[in-house]
Design a protein around this ligand. Structure first.
Ligand code: IPE
Ligand code: IPE
Ligand code: MG
Length: 246
């Protein structure tokens, strides 16, 4: 039986997030430069986006560039930004055809002007699409996001727009970059690393974590199906007992 048929479409994660890791090691294994790994990683992005939309998952968030990634060699950062621009130019058609809305989270002003402009253009062109929201985390760091949230709320308190007693979880949610997204249900990280690397710390509070040895450029639809099948086997108790759930 095809793996896809084993997926229960009534029990899909509402929000899937992926830490796409291992491009550099994939290239090194082949005796190639890291850039080659990043280029091949874009194919996995396309496959994953397609497979996620086909399954009927409503929200996909991809960690594409972290605040910490600015510390990589200048040439690698430039390559990644160029790849972003070319991918946006190339994939707009696919997004439109598949009715996918593009969104972005992170410190977007830090992106090179060209990448920033291209990104905002695709976001604008796809804003009425409603089959799936694809969110790219770019120049994203969860601590930076939380810091930014605290500042925005503090300003509102100072200007008497909100009182401290009324700050609750929903107020925080509304001020995070992910404001319109539900909590993450499933977080996948490729390449064998088992850490979060400053990704969606608030939003993954009760996410199921799935780690695979597969390097990102080797990640296919089948790998995605495997992760979702495993997710559907987990019992999500949210603090309750197993008996309470049944
Ligand atoms: C993920 O692959 C892509 C980005 C972080 C931008 P890496 O570039 O981190 O690949 P490894 O971890 O060095 O193999
Ligand atoms: C996390 O991967 C960031 C992205 C996938 C964009 P890294 O490769 O940068 O993470 P660390 O440094 O190994 O934790
Ligand atoms: Mg890495």
């Amino acid at each position: 039986m095809d793996l896809k048929e084993k997926i229960n479409t009534n029990k899909l994660p509402k929000h899937l997030a992926i830490i796409m890791d291992g491009n550099g090691r994939w290239a090194k294994q082949k005796g190639m430069l890291r850039a080659f790994g990043h280029e091949n990683g874009t194919k996995s992005v396309r496959e994953t986006v397609e497979a996620t939309a086909e399954l009927g998952i409503e929200n996909l968030t991809l960690y594409a560039f972290s605040t910490e990634n600015w510390n990589r060699p200048k040439l690698e950062v430039q390559t990644l930004m160029k790849l972003l621009v070319s991918a946006l130019k190339k994939e707009i058609k696919t997004l439109q055809k598949n009715n996918i809305k593009l969104a972005a989270i992170g410190n977007l002003e830090d992106l090179p002007k060209k990448a920033h402009r291209e990104l905002l253009e695709v976001i604008d062109k796809t804003k009425t699409n409603n089959r799936m929201t694809l969110t790219l985390a770019l120049s994203y760091g969860s601590r930076e996001e939380i810091l930014n949230t605290v500042k925005k709320i503090a300003i509102k308190v100072k200007n008497n727009i909100i009182s401290p007693e009324n700050i609750d979880e929903s107020v925080i949610n509304e001020h995070l970059y992910t404001q319109n997204l539900p909590d993450v249900d499933l977080l996948i990280r490729t390449s064998g690393e088992q850490r979060i690397s400053n990704f969606l710390l608030w939003q993954i509070a009760y996410a199921e974590l799935y780690f695979t040895e597969t390097l990102w450029p080797d990640f296919t639809k089948q790998n995605l199906y495997e992760a979702i099948i495993e997710y559907q086997k987990r019992e999500r108790r949210f603090g309750k007992t197993s008996e309470q759930l049944s």
